[in-house]
Design a protein around this ligand. Structure first.
Ligand code: TTP
Ligand code: MG
Length: 242
């Protein structure tokens, strides 16, 4: 089942992107969802399309910042490294948002917004990041989200049950994620839900398409295809080609 919220506004927003204001900004879609929800698989599906520039999450940079594996440091000693890690995530995400492309649609795995609204949120709730550190991240966040090319026009929320996401994480067995517990994934799930589904947490700055990402890989491609016209923003493409 696919659920859409505010879909009527999407074509209006697409028109704004290409016909006024920040004219050269591509229609920007951020793919969000819990760890293990299938964001990378989703991106791979759209990689074949000539009108779309796909940006996978910069996880390799998080694993090697001048030789330091910040992702691993964070999981091994979250109290010590959460702030360092999230500072770097914020920088690398900003770079993804600002990368210039020639295609009219930019599809990103995550965004500045989920880094702040889901992960920093979780670390703050768990007292892994003290208030003063959250305040510094927030000051940067508030400033950089006023910069050009940091806006998102559409969120695609790959909605999973925490059980399915957790099973996938166990199965893929990423070395840094050995210590991830089910309870962590359940709490991150609740935070994603409150942000993108119930819209009770933080600001949701763009329409949200909700996909049932519990579906098996063999079936989910069909689900993606049903939503392709909205995700690829056919209205914007038509305007651009007119
Ligand atoms: P995800 O960004 O959820 O990416 P993924 O590849 O695990 O998701 P999918 O299976 O849907 O493709 O998480 C990547 C890892 O980075 C994960 O261990 C969580 C961690 N992370 C943080 O700790 N803080 C952050 O701000 C982000 C974006 C990720
Ligand atoms: Mg991924």
């Amino acid at each position: 089942m696919i659920k859409v919220k505010n879909i009527k506004n999407i074509s209006k927003m697409a028109h704004a992107v290409f016909s006024g204001g920040d004219t050269l900004r591509p229609f920007t879609v951020a793919v969000e969802g819990n760890v293990g929800s299938g964001k990378t698989t989703f991106l791979e599906h759209f990689n074949k399309n000539d009108n779309v520039a796909v940006f996978a999450e910069p996880i390799d940079m998080w694993r090697n910042c001048d030789g330091y594996n910040l992702l691993e440091l964070m999981y091994n000693d979250p109290k010590k490294w959460s702030f360092t890690f999230q500072s770097y995530v914020q920088l690398t995400m900003l770079r993804q948002h600002q990368k210039k492309i020639k295609e009219p649609v930019k599809l990103m795995e995550r965004s500045l917004y989920s880094a702040r609204y889901c992960f920093v949120e979780k670390m703050s709730r768990d007292n892994l990041m003290p208030g003063a550190s959250v305040a510094v991240i927030d000051e940067w966040f508030k400033y950089i989200t006023t910069l050009d090319h940091t806006k998102v026009d559409l969120f695609v929320y790959l909605r999973t049950s925490p059980e399915v996401a957790y099973e996938r994480i166990l199965k893929r067995n990423r070395s840094e994620e050995k210590t991830v517990a089910y309870q962590y994934i359940k709490s991150l799930h609740d935070i994603h839900e409150d942000w993108l589904y119930h819209k009770t947490l933080h600001k949701c700055t763009a329409p949200v398409i909700v996909l049932n990402a519990d579906l098996d890989r063999s079936v989910i491609e069909e689900e993606y295809e049903k939503f392709e016209p909205h995700i690829l923003n056919k209205t914007a493409l038509e305007l651009k080609m007119a």
